[in-house]
Write a protein that binds this ligand. Structure first.
Ligand SMILES: [Zn+2]
Length: 96
């Protein structure tokens, strides 16, 4: 079932969440936020705007994660192009 982008009328293509974790403690505590549905255009626009509000290293990490997800979604839509982890994940899902 398709979802609408939270920022425009386009169909959402990904969901953005924030994960907060403790570090330097014996027991790691983690909490993931609820997801925000976004289309690719709004995701790109958000990344561009975050560049002026967030430290560049943080934006670079978010951009790197998005680039991996975007590359895998392209591979899933075009099985002849799929390589590596996207392909393996598909097989793992089939075995469950
Ligand atoms: Zn949008």
């Amino acid at each position: 079932m398709s979802k609408q982008c939270s920022q425009c009328d386009a169909r959402a293509e990904l969901s953005l969440c924030f994960l907060a974790s403790t570090v330097g403690r014996p027991e790691r505590l983690q909490k993931c936020s609820a997801g925000t549905a976004l289309c690719k255009s709004c995701m790109q626009s958000l990344l561009d705007r975050l560049g002026s509000a967030m430290p560049s290293a943080m934006v670079a990490r978010l951009r790197a994660a998005y680039t991996v997800i975007d590359g895998q979604s392209v591979a899933c839509l075009n099985p002849s192009l799929s390589l590596g982890s996207a392909n393996r994940r598909g097989r793992d899902d089939a075995q469950v």
